[in-house]
Design a protein around this ligand. Structure first.
Ligand SMILES: [Cu+2]
Length: 152
């Protein structure tokens, strides 16, 4: 039976979108259907983070949702540039690493297949959070769009 989860998102201004994850069988690949509008060149990377969003205060801070979902402890520093490697070379939650980021995009639609993103089981992505980072976000100041992720 196909499992499916949709992460919906209402961003700043008129930006919004969703990522629909579906998996026909537990061992099979997951299909990502991605649709964002109104990004206005403000978005950069996007990832599954470890914990779901619970707090309304700084909901996407590291304290609340922790880092990228990475159950196999992949060293992201040695991952290939975004969109250049195979899915097993990135953290499970690193969607933009696997398939490329949103830099410069306004309305963005795409479909990807990922054989390294289970929905269920201990390495599954259901019940976590999806964060779209501002293009100018960085790990040191936590600025940016990371405050806008939503639960799935
Ligand atoms: Cu992230």
């Amino acid at each position: 039976m196909t499992r499916e989860v949709v992460y919906s998102w209402l961003g700043p201004g008129s930006s919004e979108g969703q990522v629909r994850f579906s998996q026909v069988s537990p061992q099979g690949p997951t299909i990502l259907n991605i649709s964002f509008t109104g990004l206005n060149a403000r978005a950069g990377g996007y990832h599954i983070h470890i914990l779901p969003i619970k707090s309304t205060q700084e909901p996407c801070s590291d304290t609340n949702i922790m880092g990228h979902f990475n159950p196999f402890s992949v060293n992201a520093a040695s991952s290939p540039a975004p969109g250049n490697g195979t899915v097993d070379q990135y953290e499970i939650g690193d969607i933009s690493g696997k398939f490329g980021d949103l830099t410069g995009q306004n309305n963005f639609q795409n479909q990807y297949m990922d054989g390294n993103m289970p929905l269920s089981g201990p390495n599954g992505i259901i019940g976590r959070s999806l964060v779209i980072h501002y293009a100018n976000d960085d790990a040191t100041n936590n600025a940016g769009w990371r405050r806008m992720g939503l639960d799935g």
